[in-house]
Design a binder for this molecule. Structure first.
Ligand code: UGA
Length: 433
């Protein structure tokens, strides 16, 4: 099939590349000429493990092309994905202007029947608006489908290639047949393609992210309770997760969820609820707990040290999670702002996110080329992102490098008993014992 993908962010680039990999002819469009230049030179505008090789191979083999012009990609395409950004507005609602602008450009470039697919996370009712925009500029036949993406940054290719399910919302039989053919190689009996109406598909995406965010906030409050009651959240988590109805994923307490999706989508769902006259109490609490959780390491440090003024602190891990260089809504930002705001200095290291972190944090935070340089002479070490290279540090060296052997482990990656036996003062999350 001939496919066009508008927008080369995470979702668009992964979608286009994976469809090229499965044998289709894909053109990816981005209006930012810098991004297209980077892609054409065989590099990636984002960090995503495994994606660069796929992009290079498919581009070399002629199945994947890049352009800045929608009008170059749309004519003749049977499926056109809209995967542009939907940044949050003041009130948390998603801004649809990029999606609608893309829809209009697509409409003007249509040369025959095509399925126009909303891949961006868009508010309920967006497919109807996209349909109206396209219909206002073309008389060619087309259908609109909502096909939200569930991939995780850091595991994007794997998630796309082996999805738990594919959700497709469209009332059109013709569009269902096209989408069924396209996703056929990626789905199985147990990981099916689920056809539904467009509004349900749009809502599924927000509800799924909000549910995962709810699990995390729930566990962060359980962790706080563990600390007060002398229980161990790891044991509680294992005890809960073993119940098949609950399951293990997304029950890790930590420094709060971040990234470009959970915070934004929780807010957008709240805003949609408000607009529809529903006060989504549970979700408001989820957001409140998360805001509180981003302060949890700062509070532990304040309790330990009293005043933080004049102290020097090390931070290991800045990205909102491992295997990405994404700093959007990263909990490290709140922590570092809290520490520097209290008069401390910070030296930080991240294996991949140093460049993006420098832009976000500004020049007053020292970003070191390796983890040891950050730890040197620090009064305590904060572990904020659970990169695997931080899991087994040389403890003798760490003790000799820090000025004071104090650890704040925001992801519970270290064994509390082992750290204490090695002479560290250890604070985890929800480890009351
Ligand atoms: C999330 C969803 O998991 C994807 O299914 C969805 O497609 C994506 O949003 C999106 O809407 O585009 P992502 O934001 O890439 O993916 O990252 P996650 O791995 O879900 O992590 C989100 C945050 O939750 C991170 O800050 C992570 O550290 C935190 N987290 C995750 C926890 O604190 N505890 C956990 O047990 C799991």
């Amino acid at each position: 099939m001939k496919i066009a993908v508008i927008g080369t962010g995470y979702v668009g680039l992964v979608t286009g590349t994976c469809f090229a990999e499965s044998g289709h002819q894909v053109t990816c469009v981005d209006k930012d000429p810098r991004k297209i230049e980077i892609l054409e030179s065989g590099r990636l505008p984002i960090y995503e493990p495994g994606l660069d090789e796929l992009v290079k191979r498919n581009a070399r083999d002629g199945r994947l092309a890049f352009t800045t012009r929608v009008a170059d990609a749309v004519p003749g395409a049977e499926v056109i994905f809209i995967a542009v950004g939907t940044p949050p507005g003041e009130d948390g609602s998603a801004d649809l202007s990029y999606v609608l602008a893309a829809a209009e450009e697509i409409g003007r470039a249509l040369t025959g029947y095509a399925v126009v697919v909303n891949k961006s996370t868009v508010p309920v009712g967006s497919a109807d608006r996209v349909t109206a925009v396209i219909a206002s500029v073309t008389s060619e036949p087309f259908d609109v489908a909502s096909n939200p993406e569930f991939l995780k940054e850091g595991a994007a290719v794997e998630d796309f290639m082996k999805p738990d399910r594919v959700v497709v919302g469209t009332p059109s039989e013709r569009a269902r047949a096209v989408m069924g053919e396209l996703y056929g190689p990626f789905v199985r009996v147990e990981q099916p393609i689920l056809f539904m109406d467009t509004r349900s598909a749009e809502l599924t995406k927000y509800a799924a992210n909000a549910m995962l965010a709810t699990r995390i906030s729930f566990m962060n409050d359980v962790a706080a309770l563990c600390e007060r009651m002398g229980a161990d959240v790891d044991a509680v988590r294992r005890g809960m997760g073993s119940d098949k109805r609950i399951g293990f994923p997304f029950l890790f307490p930590g420094v709060g969820y971040g990234g470009s999706c959970f915070p934004k989508d929780v807010r957008a769902l709240l805003s949609m609820g408000r607009a529809a006259g529903l006060d989504f109490d549970l979700l408001r609490a989820v957001e409140r707990v998360n805001e509180k959780q981003k302060q949890v390491l700062l509070q532990k440090a304040q309790r330990h040290f009293g005043s933080l003024a004049g102290k020097r602190f090390a931070v290991w891990g800045l990205a909102f999670k491992p295997r990405t260089d994404d700093m959007r809504e990263a909990p490290s930002i709140s922590l570092i702002e809290g520490l520097t705001g209290a008069g401390a200095t910070v030296a930080a290291h991240d294996p991949v996110a140093s460049e993006t972190a420098r832009q976000v944090l500004g020049p007053h935070v020292e970003i070191t080329p390796d983890a040891w340089a950050a730890a040197k002479g620090a009064d305590a070490l904060f572990l904020v992102t659970e990169w695997s290279e931080f899991r087994m540090p040389d403890l003798d060296r760490l003790k000799a490098t820090l000025r004071q052997p104090v650890l704040f482990d925001g992801r519970n990656i270290w064994d509390a008993g082992r750290m204490r036996a090695a002479g560290f003062t250890y604070y985890g999350i929800g480890r009351g014992k």
